[in-house]
Ligand binder design. Sequence first.
Ligand SMILES: [Zn+2]
Length: 230
Amino acid sequence: MNWRLSELDRITLISNSDAHSPARMGREANVLDIEPSFYELKDALKQKDSKRLLATIEFFPQEGKYHYDGHRNCNVRFSPKESIAQKNICPVCGRPLTLGVLHRIEKLADRPEGYHPDNAIPYYSIVPLAELIGEAKGMGRDTMGVSRVYESLCNSLGGEFNVLLWAEIGEIAGLAGREIADGIARMRKGQVTVDEGYDGVFGTVSVFSKDAQAEKKNEDDKDHEQLSLF
Ligand SMILES: [Zn+2]
């Protein structure tokens, strides 16, 4: 989104989580290859040096509570283009829509969607591992079942970022099962299903497509039917 504003080209964009509880800290990050010193850090950022600042790691912006436009009470969620077509007026209540971040980008941008500046530092988009495990297992992210798998993966493979971004998919499957491994593989390829946040409602990013979820539910239902025969 930032890459669409040419005036930001001279800025080094970094990514830091603003989460407020210990378990959610450090979930967005900057990948650096430097001597661990303040001078090196300062210089790498100042020079916007892609040999030293290798990448940033971040959540999908669509999860934000004000990404798209809309009215939560009217159940109206619009992309900026849809809002503009409606003159930014809610078709349900007739009042002005709450405009989101993407709308602001659309207003300020001097480049088309998807533009990639030459000197841009790449980024990884991630989904929190506990949420991904919870989705795969059909459990809440703060449950014991999820935290057991989470701890086992992170302890064996060297931390959440390693699990999400770099560990062998086969190794993840061996520790946590094929479903979670497939979810991580899909996330790495950006194969996610997104429901954008709007007007104070959090967006959701799912690594399991709606089709895959329906298929899984059918299989689960079949398993239940089979069990109930005995
Ligand atoms: Zn409305």
